[in-house]
Design a protein around this ligand. Structure first.
Ligand code: CA
Length: 506
């Protein structure tokens, strides 16, 4: 026998035994605003109207989070919270105008130095150059739906004017590039890939193949669709009604928004709102259908390349979104439709198929989870916790029973607020003041509290802050809110005007 073969027989078993366990690949797919009501797997009035074969496949072959929440429900801050495992007030990314510093700590850097090959393809939206990625190809700012521009290290520009045009529909192009990267990567290392779709963000554009989808259907309306604002709901503000989207449609359908000319001429306000909703919801679901197609393409690629078993696949959205609930669109609020992050994860090696988890999980927990899967300890500065055990159905003792939320930006109909959500209740103070201004903001309504019993009023249609039956509960919740605000590191108000408002209204 050849001496080399003899040596192989002796040493190969030894080396394979000595080698560390093969670490999983991680494919993190995140869309923009693709809210839980539009996923189908969470039930709701749209469940029979969505195209979701691949999301459903992930849910059937993986684990679904029923109570994943965003700590600040707006694109840029949520993305920064995911990258850092920290609340906005800790990572410094409070609002849309803020950007994420390349030299900040982020979990991708840690994965990379821990031996992972890392890439980011699609929407980044954190202003400055992405860091921690071996490769990136990202849209400038929000990006566009048709023939998207993507910037790589070679043509990145801080003012977002760099990049190259790629022909096609953005969700398809981002997936093409993700698959290309997967094919050409260094297969000796495990990978971490962020595939971030621009979809389903406004203006909710879709590819030609979905132009007729739901065309002849009247999509059902949420129960509180005719919401008339603060006066009838006891809310502290009017919110962000679909009627505003109607104005945008009338001004620029066919240019910024898909479809032809849009008119509301001669319609009473409820009929007009219904017409706006039908366009909005159909565009949104068409746009979401293309996301589902492309999730399927990514799964297929992993299956064909033999990597499906050893790859953790996650699909989530950066936050939730109102699809006509309260008559609203957009996000930002602590209310359920925007607070919720839909989340599904499949990892055949470790997770039981078809499980659903009710534990409260936050976007700051994602980074610790990824590091946990990679066998790397999380840095002490990360505020979130790995929920790997929760996903296995073994909730750690002492796991959180409530969460802290804070939305920092401020306008009259979308006041700055913070609050607590427990398994059953929600309490929030809408203080309504900009973080960066010392002059008191001009507001339509005075600051005020809102309270909801989610068991009795799951759609949060009636602010029950003055209901005497809840007096003790509200008092206890205020105390707990004070505590978790401090625990999260947001105890000291830096803005004097905000500090005074909180003291005055507490
Ligand atoms: Ca978003």
């Amino acid at each position: 026998m050849n001496i080399r073969i003899i040596l192989l027989i002796i040493f190969v078993p030894f080396f394979s035994f000595a080698q560390p366990k093969k670490r999983p690949n991680i494919l993190y797919i995140m869309s923009d605003d693709h809210t839980s009501q539009a996923w189908g797997i969470y039930g709701g009035i749209l469940k029979d109207y969505v195209k979701n074969d691949n999301i459903k496949w992930l849910a059937e072959n993986g684990v679904v989070l029923n109570n994943a929440f965003c700590t600040n429900s707006i694109c840029v801050p949520s993305r920064a919270a995911v990258m850092t495992g920290q609340y906005s007030h800790r990572n410094g990314v409070y609002d849309l105008e803020d950007s994420f510093e390349p030299d900040s700590m982020n979990f991708v850097k840690i994965l990379r130095s821990g031996g992972y090959q890392t890439a980011l393809i699609g929407k980044w939206h954190l202003g400055k150059e992405p860091s921690g990625f071996d490769y990136y190809s990202v849209t400038p700012g929000q990006g566009r739906y048709r023939d998207p521009i993507l910037m790589t290290k070679e043509n990145w520009k801080d003012d977002q004017t760099g990049g190259k045009v790629y022909k096609g529909y953005s969700t398809d192009v981002i997936t093409d590039q993700s698959i290309e990267w997967l094919k050409n990567r260094d297969s000796s290392k495990p990978f971490y890939l962020s595939t971030h779709f621009k979809a389903t963000h406004e203006p909710f554009d879709y590819p030609e193949r979905y132009a007729d989808y739901l065309e002849k259907t009247e999509v059902p309306y949420p129960a509180d669709f005719a919401d008339k604002g603060a006066a009838t709901t006891g809310r502290t503000h009017d919110g962000w009604p679909l009627d505003l989207l109607g104005t945008r449609y009338q001004q620029s359908t066919g240019k910024e928004y898909p479809g032809r000319e849009f008119s509301l001429k001669g319609l009473d306000s409820l009929t007009a709102r219904k017409k706006i909703y039908q366009k909005f919801i159909k565009d949104f679901l068409r746009c979401g259908a293309a996301v589902d197609d492309n999730i399927g393409r990514l799964i297929d690629h992993l299956r064909k390349s033999g990597e499906l078993e050893n790859t953790i696949i996650i699909y989530t959205a950066d936050q939730g979104y109102f699809l006509g609930e309260h008559g609203f669109f957009d996000k930002r609020f602590i209310y359920e439709p925007s607070l919720r992050m839909p989340f599904v994860i499949s990892y055949p090696k470790e997770l039981k198929k078809g499980n659903r988890i009710d534990d409260i999980i936050l976007n700051i927990d994602f980074a610790p989870l990824f590091l946990d899967y990679a066998g790397i300890e999380k840095p002490a500065s990360m505020q979130g916790e790995s929920f790997r055990k929760n996903l296995q159905g073994k909730t750690p003792a002492g796991w959180r029973k409530d969460m802290y939320y804070r939305y920092w930006a401020n306008e009259s109909n979308r006041p700055a607020h913070f609050g607590i959500r427990t398994e059953r209740y929600k309490l929030a103070l809408f203080y309504g003041q900009s973080r960066t201004k010392t002059q008191r903001d001009k507001m339509k309504y005075a600051p005020g509290w809102e309270f909801y019993d989610l068991r009795k009023d799951p759609h949060e249609d009636h602010n029950a802050i003055n209901d005497p039956r809840y007096k003790t509960i509200i008092k206890d919740l205020k105390k707990r809110l004070h505590e978790i605000k401090n625990e999260s590191g947001d105890g000291i108000e830096k803005n004097e005007t905000i500090k005074e408002l909180i003291e005055k209204y507490w």
